[in-house]
Design a protein around this ligand. Structure first.
Ligand code: TPP
Ligand code: MG
Length: 386
């Protein structure tokens, strides 16, 4: 694991939003950072987030961490089949959720629960999806944790990696053609950048310059594979954007102010008609890949503690202390959120889990795929006796 060319807080410049890609090629190799190790902000990306907005972001991050831990416990208790968390990566979704507009669209991976929670999704609705119970709005048709919500502008998460990338660019192309003042935010993992869909998406983004933000979440791993495998001969993932002529930034993904500054810049750029931005958010996958993974087999247990960019929650708490929101206030908020998650979980479990209570009919799994069911699905449905 390397975080190449660590720049110190405040060092990265802030270009004008109409900048051309060749003028900022160096920014694909640096690292936009605002907060230093003492929680003090520096430089042109500081922004103007108030304490209330920062506490709201902290609330989303606490909620995501408590939610993830509770759902992993539920999986261990045999109450759901599968669980994926985003410990250590919460800042990226929590912050971008506050930057994007009401009619923007997020094309997520399975590690952006903090985006959905940050947009205001009730954790209870997400728990019902995880348990596949009678209140699951997706009618039990998706793998646990692959949420979707049209109400909150959150495309269905696909288990087939990177398929959301051409969809996001296509959605943004349509917005441009229609003249809609909206932006697509597409997330992709470091490992998934190696998928051909990613490169098809970047080609279309390069040619049609639609309002899209391509957010590469480099959490150092693709299951047990180090990020350097998908990165290949490139030094950074942001460097990928350069070959497509797209302005590309590399950002400290555990620094709430840096994430906010870079995403706002890219969104302003897109809305002003200057086209796509590629952003590599550097972060660390603090938990196992999923409930099916045992990371002690391929990485040291204390690696997260040693990660140079730290834990985004600890860093935000430190900054907030400097802004007058005390450690005691943060602890009280954390406890209140954990209690809320416990209460919601009890509510969800009372409705049903994978092996208790009422479940949606298996019929939906067949009926909600195609408008007209093809013969092989009709046959399979008959075999299933429904
Ligand atoms: C097309 C495809 N290939 C392989 C897989 C199996 N798979 C699921 S997650 C994963 C790792 C993805 O790593 P990354 O893109 O870095 O995202 P992260 O899990 O780190 O968030 C793989 C290989 C898949 N789901 N889809
Ligand atoms: Mg990864």
């Amino acid at each position: 694991m390397t975080v190449a060319d660590l720049q110190s807080a405040g060092e990265a410049r802030r270009p004008a939003i109409d900048v051309l890609a060749p003028e900022i090629m160096d920014m694909a190799f640096g690292l936009i950072r605002v907060l230093d190790d003492e929680g003090n902000p520096h430089g042109p990306w500081i922004g103007d987030l108030g304490v209330d907005e920062l506490v709201e972001i902290l609330t989303t991050m606490f909620t995501t961490r408590a939610f993830d831990a509770r759902m992993m416990k539920a999986q261990r208790q045999g109450k759901t089949s599968f669980s994926m968390g985003s410990r250590g990566e919460e800042a990226i979704g929590a912050v971008t959720a506050t930057v994007m507009g009401a009619h923007d669209m997020c094309f997520p991976t399975y590690r952006q629960a903090s985006y959905l929670l940050g947009r205001g999704r009730d954790p209870l609705a997400m728990m019902n999806q995880v348990y596949g119970n009678a209140a699951d709005e997706n009618l039990g048709t998706q793998i646990s944790g692959l949420y979707t919500s049209s109400e909150f502008g959150f495309l269905s998460i696909s288990g087939n990696l990177a398929t959301q990338m051409p969809q996001a660019v296509g959605w943004a192309m349509a917005a441009k053609i229609k003249g809609d003042p909206t932006v697509a935010l597409a997330f992709v993992g470091d490992g998934s950048t190696a998928e051909s869909d990613m490169h098809a998406a970047l080609t279309f983004a390069s040619t049609y310059t639609p309002p899209v933000i391509v957010a590469i979440v480099n959490n150092q791993y693709a299951i047990s594979t180090d990020e350097e495998v998908a990165r290949g001969s490139a030094q950074t993932f942001a460097q990928r954007g350069i070959g497509y002529g797209l302005p590309s930034l590399r950002v400290d993904g555990n620094d709430v102010l840096a994430v906010h500054g870079a995403t706002s810049w890219a969104r302003d750029r897109a809305l002003a008609g200057h086209g796509p931005t590629v952003i590599e958010f550097v972060t660390y996958r603090g938990s196992a890949h999923s409930s099916s993974d045992d990371p002690t087999r391929y990485r040291p247990e204390d690696e997260f503690d040693e990660f140079p960019l730290g834990d985004p929650i600890k860093r935000l708490r430190l900054y907030l202390q400097n802004r007058g929101f005390s450690n005691d206030q943060a602890n009280a908020l954390d406890e209140q959120i954990r209690n809320m998650i416990e209460a919601k979980n009890e509510e969800a479990e009372a409705i049903g889990t994978i092996n208790t209570g009422e479940r949606p009919s298996l019929r939906h799994t067949f009926e909600l795929v195609y408008e007209t069911m093809p013969p092989h699905l009709i046959r399979q449905r008959q075999e299933a006796g429904i």
